[in-house]
Design a protein around this ligand. Structure first.
Ligand code: ZN
Ligand code: ZN
Length: 403
């Protein structure tokens, strides 16, 4: 399946992020924090990449379900397109509502809500697991009989629309406020003010919230993020803190019933102590100190390079084999961990740099016909690295972290 055009979502989203940045500066609104924006975009980079790698698989699942279990044989008529649109949006509402009401699903969705900013970069905070859970919910559609080709088109629209509601520079939108999910409605959804909690789950239409009693109008100024803020730039911790908290909480329950109640229970009932416990076990510190200029530049360049590489990878993805995909994904994950760890001032990032070099070396070795030269080069570099490990490490750390 050719999905080259999906690569253009990256420049499109970036253009809007920059536009929002300039508009917010003109309006003298402080909407962007550099580090938080980098953390947001980092999460989005991995999601785009893994999404592309799994799109064919998900398409296959829908196709299989429709051909083998489809109740009706639905044809793409106008009425059916409208029905599919309503169906997709309705399923989304329930997926999203349950994602907020059950710990096991919240563990996946929480990543979307960790940012204390609210701007277009926040819309990038989606993870592969979240897409998989969503796909599970949408399996209802092929079972009803909607063909995979129709669903793929619909999900593309559903994937693009929510991006545009993650902004503070757009006020109320008049008549649209009655039936569409607008930036104002979604600001409420991302806020942690008491009256805004667990409201406005809709994706494109707000009517489901109005029908099922979860609608809330924006009146007081929203405060964004979680009720118990995470305050970390760590790429890994943002993804794994909540599953760890659930495991800790389950371990503290003696009965199976108690454990299941944690797993499927409401995030509201989570013991806040679990976060502190998890942070102690994994040595995570909240709110690191502000970073130096030079450090920012290193992180920023890595993210820019990743965005360019990702564009190229998605554009040429069909031509790549399994090993190229594997290496590229490995390099991406290591780079994102590296950027997050630098923002957290971790000392172990040097080891990550080393792993990255190994990935690059394996790529050179795999794709270069002249094995002798490449092998010699790799061995020489590795030997030098081993001999002068301490010196290189110290030099590297002193460049990245100027104390
Ligand atoms: Zn949500
Ligand atoms: Zn959102």
């Amino acid at each position: 399946m050719d999905h080259k055009y999906l690569a253009f979502a990256i420049p499109l989203f970036l253009v809007f992020m920059f536009l929002e940045y300039f508009v917010s500066r003109q309006k003298k609104m402080q909407l962007f924090d550099l580090h938080r924006s980098i953390a947001n975009v980092s999460i989005g980079i991995l999601e785009r990449l893994t999404d592309i790698l799994t799109v064919a698989l998900l398409y296959g699942v829908y196709d299989y379900l429709q051909k083998n279990f489809g109740i009706f044989n639905i044809k793409p008529t106008l009425a059916m397109w409208i029905l599919l649109f309503l169906g997709t949006d309705f399923v989304w509402y329930w997926y999203h509502r349950l994602a907020h009401e059950m710990n096991i699903l919240w563990a996946v969705h929480v990543v979307h809500h960790q940012s204390e900013d609210f701007n277009y970069t926040v819309s990038a905070r989606i993870t592969l697991l979240q897409s998989i859970v969503r796909t599970g919910f949408w399996c209802v559609l092929p079972i009803l009989g909607f063909p995979a080709t129709m669903i793929a088109v619909m999900l593309l629209i559903h994937g693009l629309y929510p991006f545009f509601v993650h902004t503070q520079v757009i006020g109320r939108l008049g008549i649209l406020e009655y039936f569409m999910v607008t930036p104002s409605h979604h600001r409420v959804h991302h806020a942690c003010n008491d009256q805004y909690l667990d409201k406005n789950y809709g994706d494109v239409l707000i009517i489901w919230d109005k029908i099922f009693g979860t609608f809330q109008k924006e009146d007081e100024k929203p405060v964004y993020g979680l009720t118990h803020q995470l305050r970390t730039y760590s790429f890994l911790w943002q993804h794994f803190h909540y599953p760890i908290e659930i495991i800790l909480m389950m371990r503290s329950e003696r009965t199976l019933k108690g454990k299941l109640k944690v797993l499927f229970g409401s995030p509201m009932l989570m013991d806040p102590e679990m976060r502190d416990k998890a942070e102690r076990i994994f040595g995570v510190k909240q709110q690191p100190q502000p970073l130096q200029q030079r450090l920012n530049v290193y992180v920023i360049w890595q993210v820019i390079a990743m965005l360019f590489a990702l564009f190229g990878f998605i554009y040429y993805e069909v031509d790549f084999g399994a090993s190229e995909r594997f290496l590229f994904t490995g390099l991406t994950i290591l780079t994102l961990i590296n950027c997050g760890a630098i923002m957290e001032q971790k000392k172990w990032i040097f080891a990550v740099e080393f792993l990255r070099m190994l990935v690059v070396a394996s790529a050179l070795w795999l794709y270069n016909a002249d094995y002798q030269i490449v092998t010699f080069f790799i061995v020489a570099v590795l030997t030098l690295m081993a001999l002068f490990y301490r010196t290189i490490q110290q030099r590297y750390l002193s460049v990245v972290y100027q104390d």
